[in-house]
Write a protein that binds this ligand. Structure first.
Ligand code: ADP
Ligand code: MG
Ligand code: MG
Length: 510
């Protein structure tokens, strides 16, 4: 479509701002405002919400790329379920990351302790999100998606994303046809987006897979969250979706990571059932079937040893974890780098180890990889060290530590001076990745009541849900579960919505 998205007049922008703010608040497309924004006289007990930053229009997105991401998701689910079961491979990865990364070291210790006494729960739940950007070699070549990263813990925005798709669908029938440069009703191809329902269905399946309670208590699901979470409505949407089906009824409780030991215990005996006592119901106890972690992915959730003990306590319990420590480690950028390392005669691709029976699947995954290098003393590591030290070459790269949640990467010309501050023995805990530069798109972003028009960069996330059994190696559930489109101004390096740089968007397929 020519000249889409249209540039709008200030009057049109003013009207759309009002329409979007109302729709967002009425449909939970909201976040809690930052504490600094909340006026001092507002009672902190009063619930406050503000519209999330969104694009005024769904950004144009190549249909071939969207289809490619959807098509490959179940293979990715299967791959990460397999990696989670390959303890020998993950042991090697943790060794290569090295002791300088205390977070990964401590995390791995949790696994080793539980392994020593034996796991009592062999089923695992993955709520995954594979993130991509569009890559195009030349204007005439077919665009392709290239993977930015694969998330195995706390993959967020599935609750808000299906709402954003609904917002844009609503605007396409009400507001866009009224614009000076009208976008006719039905002119946009807006794909269905079942992210909230799909992720909730994954949790519901795990709840069922847990089987009947083995204590005298009713089963429940715990959302393990951070204190003061601003992105709470994203999480609440999944909780409300879970209640959409009456059978089974799924009681959900939110528990702060810092309060695990206060409110949970393990049942006596060898079953290690996780028992939860809701503070608001002193005489009730629940048997936890599923722990869905929206916390615990970074060092700030583990301020002291007692927090690590709390994670260990959950890990050794009989609850189905989303994710286990093994799956969390499978989601490190180091694993992504090893997967993306090209095959050589002496070093066969590890992808074929996991998907050996299906060469079409392997090549569909390979198509989504971009160059990622280790920073170790191997041949490709030494090549990467040269790039990372060179003021010109480094301009096409991003340096990543083994961290999640945004704001941790080092970009372009900041890489060489940054590495000089890091002892060389710690370099192997980073990976160096080629930057993906998608073709230019323009859109208007509504953020905090202000409109910003200009070049934007879109990142597509495809959600997947997977349940597997570590013991029998069986995959019990494997689904693609909707999508996320996150958009940022083209001057910003990071795109996290929660981190304050990006905004919610949806796809208009072109
Ligand atoms: P995190 O786990 O913290 O989200 P990411 O690997 O997703 O880490 O990086 C954060 C952001 O940095 C991404 O959302 C994207 O905007 C940008 N980014 C990361 N890797 C690349 C890349 N290879 N090319 C372009 N942008 C990237
Ligand atoms: Mg990311
Ligand atoms: Mg991530």
């Amino acid at each position: 479509m020519a000249n889409y998205p249209p540039e709008i007049t200030p009057a049109e922008g003013g009207r759309m701002t009002e329409v979007i703010k109302d729709w967002a608040l009425a449909h939970g497309l909201t976040v809690r405002p930052p504490p600094a924004v909340v006026a001092a006289e507002v009672d902190p007990k009063e619930i406050l919400a503000t519209a999330v930053p969104v694009t005024l229009f769904p950004s144009p997105f190549p249909r071939v790329c969207f289809d490619q991401g959807v098509a490959v998701q179940k293979t990715y689910n299967e791959l990460y379920a397999s990696i989670s079961q390959d303890e020998a491979f993950l042991t090697q990865v943790v060794k290569e990351i090295g002791d300088s990364d205390n977070f990964i070291t401590e995390l791995w210790k949790v696994h080793l302790r539980v392994k020593e006494e034996g796991y009592v729960q062999h089923k695992s739940l993955g709520l995954f999100r594979s993130d991509y950007m569009v890559h195009q070699d030349g204007a005439s070549s077919t665009p392709q998606i290239k993977q930015v990263e694969f998330n195995t813990i706390a993959s967020s925005f599935g609750g808000l994303s299906s709402q954003t798709s609904l917002l844009h669908r609503y605007l396409s029938t009400t507001e866009y046809p009224l614009l000076e440069k009208s976008v006719e009703r039905g002119a946009l191809d807006l794909p269905e987006n079942g992210s909230a329902a799909g992720l909730a269905a994954g949790i519901r399946h795990a709840f069922i897979e847990y089987g009947p309670p083995t204590t005298s208590h009713q089963k429940c699901v715990i959302f393990l969250v951070q204190g003061g979470e601003r992105n709470i409505f994203d999480q609440r949407r999944l909780e409300y979706e879970l209640q959409q089906s009456q059978e089974p009824h799924v009681p959900v409780f939110r528990l702060a990571f810092s309060e695990i030991s206060q409110h949970t215990s393990l049942a006596e005996g060898s079953g290690r059932q996780l028992l939860y006592r809701p503070p608001q119901l002193p005489s009730h106890t629940f048997e936890v079937a599923v722990i869905y972690m929206r916390s615990g992915y970074g060092p700030s959730d583990y301020p002291d040893q007692s927090a690590w003990e709390a994670r260990y306590h959950l890990e050794r319990s009989a609850a189905i974890k989303c994710p286990t420590v093994l799956t969390q480690v499978a989601g490190t950028k180091k694993v992504q780098q090893v997967l993306a390392t090209p095959e050589t005669p002496s070093n066969p691709s590890i992808l074929s180890r996991y998907l050996s029976k299906d060469s079409a699947s392997v090549s569909s995954l390979l198509d989504t990889f971009t160059n990622i290098y280790p920073l170790d003393e191997t041949e490709s590591g030494l090549k990467a060290r040269k790039i990372a030290a060179d003021p010109e070459l480094c301009k096409g790269y991003v340096l990543k530590p083994q961290r999640e949640g945004g704001g941790n990467n080092i970009y372009r010309t900041s890489v060489p001076p940054f590495l000089q501050t890091v002892p060389e023995s710690h370099w192997p805990s980073y990976i160096l990745m080629e930057l993906i530069t998608p073709p230019p798109v323009k859109n208007t972003i509504l953020r905090n009541g202000n409109l910003e028009y200009g070049g934007v960069i879109c990142e597509l996330g495809i959600y997947g849900t997977c349940i597997w059994d570590q013991q029998s190696k069986a995959i019990l559930h494997n689904e693609q579960a909707g999508y996320l489109l996150r958009t940022k101004g083209d001057k910003s390096e990071e795109g996290g919505v929660a981190a304050g740089f990006g905004c919610m968007d949806s796809c208009a397929l072109v």
